[in-house]
Design a binder for this molecule. Structure first.
Ligand code: ADP
Ligand code: MG
Length: 364
């Protein structure tokens, strides 16, 4: 039986936090009609949204098939976040042919050749539970398997590099000072044990076991192990050439995929991710750009956030999600939708959106 307190609680959150997509799309009748074991599973999936009312999404999948099993609820949230109309089927196109559009930030303004560009994809291996449901042994087994794949990847001249682990006792372990330096350099991920969303979802459990990062010699191809998804695979560069950035990621992703067991993917949802915001291409392509006027020197993101939203872009702080802008107005701008849009479209949206924001900033 559904506990009345859970249903009441979600109704209260819906009233106080209308942007909590879990609360917005929670249907008490749907929940009540589920068998008891499915109610238990769904309660676990939506724990972040019920425990943290100001969640934006408010759900994390625990197993790849959660998306199909709980589609009546999760699809409504997914459509809302990724802006997929009710009469359009959810499906994921794939198009890495980013050469068909030339996106050189320097063509907008030569100064934009100095902005830091990053594009990452989320990937999960089908044979492991998703991170929220992994135990410590799963996390360590996953990392050991990934480290073997990185040894093979490192033999390729374009992808030579090293694996850095923060698992106590790992043969690849780095010290605290190097970890801190790599986080500050935006290469390594932050201490997840301080993140309430990830705690409630179980994703940060067993920290720092099973966590690490592969980094290429040129420090432009990186792979996170054991963050919000099994793998976050990314390219980072400056120079303004978005085509080259995407090509670098695509090449590394293709090579790494060949060295690992199959990823969890579906025709409908694309790459399966812990968070429904990351389904589809699983891709977040971002620029670290200074917008001092639009952000009041980084003091107030209201204006830039609403301008960005109308362009299909999200604004994050200089240290990533849930961080503040830099004092020079440094913010992280990225297209919000990842599902129903191809890799090429994401690159184009980032380019067009930043061109528009840059025009607004320059006019102030
Ligand atoms: P994601 O969820 O896409 O992995 P986060 O918001 O968690 O991204 O940020 C992860 C790290 O990546 C943070 O250190 C953030 O500042 C950094 N980052 C994001 N975009 C860029 C960029 N364009 N250039 C440099 N660092 C970036
Ligand atoms: Mg993140």
């Amino acid at each position: 039986m559904p506990t009345p307190s859970l249903i009441d609680r979600i109704a209260a959150i819906k009233a106080t936090n209308p942007d909590n997509l879990m609360a917005r799309h929670f249907d008490p009748d749907y929940f009540a009609a589920l068998p008891a074991d499915r109610q238990t599973r769904l309660t676990r999936i939506i724990a972040s949204g019920t425990e943290i009312p100001d969640s934006n999404m408010g759900a994390y999948a625990m197993a790849p098939d959660d998306y199909d099993t709980f589609a009546p609820m999760l699809d409504a949230m997914i459509r809302d976040f990724h802006a997929i109309p009710a009469d359009t089927p959810i499906s994921q196109p794939k198009d890495w042919d980013t050469g068909s559009q030339i996106c050189d930030l320097g063509a907008i303004d030569p100064r934009l050749r100095e902005v830091s560009m990053r594009v990452r994809v989320a990937r999960n291996v089908a044979s492991f539970p998703l991170p929220g449901a992994m135990d410590k042994a799963d996390r360590i087994a996953f990392e050991t398997m990934a480290a073997t794949a990185f040894e093979a990847l490192a033999e390729h001249p374009d992808f030579g590099g090293k694996y850095l682990s923060i698992t106590p006792g790992s043969p690849h372990q780095i010290d605290d000072a190097e970890y801190t330096r790599r986080v500050a350099a935006h290469q390594m991920f932050k201490d997840m044990s301080n993140d309430r969303y990830l705690q409630v979802a179980g994703i940060s459990n067993d920290w720092p076991h099973g966590r690490g990062m592969y980094i290429s010699q040129a420090e432009d191809f990186l792979v996170w192990v054991g963050e919000e998804d099994h793998l976050r695979i990314m390219a980072m560069q400056t120079g303004g050439d978005l085509n080259a950035l995407f090509a670098r990621l695509h090449d590394g992703l293709t090579r790494l995929s060949a060295l690992l067991p199959a990823f969890a993917v579906s025709d409908k949802y694309g790459a399966i991710a812990s968070c429904p915001t990351n389904l589809g291409a699983g891709m977040r392509a971002s620029l670290h750009i200074k917008l001092p006027k639009l952000t009041q020197a980084g003091q107030d993101l209201t204006r830039v956030t609403s301008a960005a939203k109308s362009l299909g872009l999200a604004v994050r702080g200089a240290g990533g999600e849930h961080s503040d802008a830099g004092q020079d107005g440094l913010v992280d701008i990225s297209p919000s939708a990842r599902l129903g849009v191809s890799e090429m479209q994401i690159m184009q949206r980032l380019y067009d959106g930043v061109a528009a924001l840059w025009a607004m900033e320059s006019a102030l």
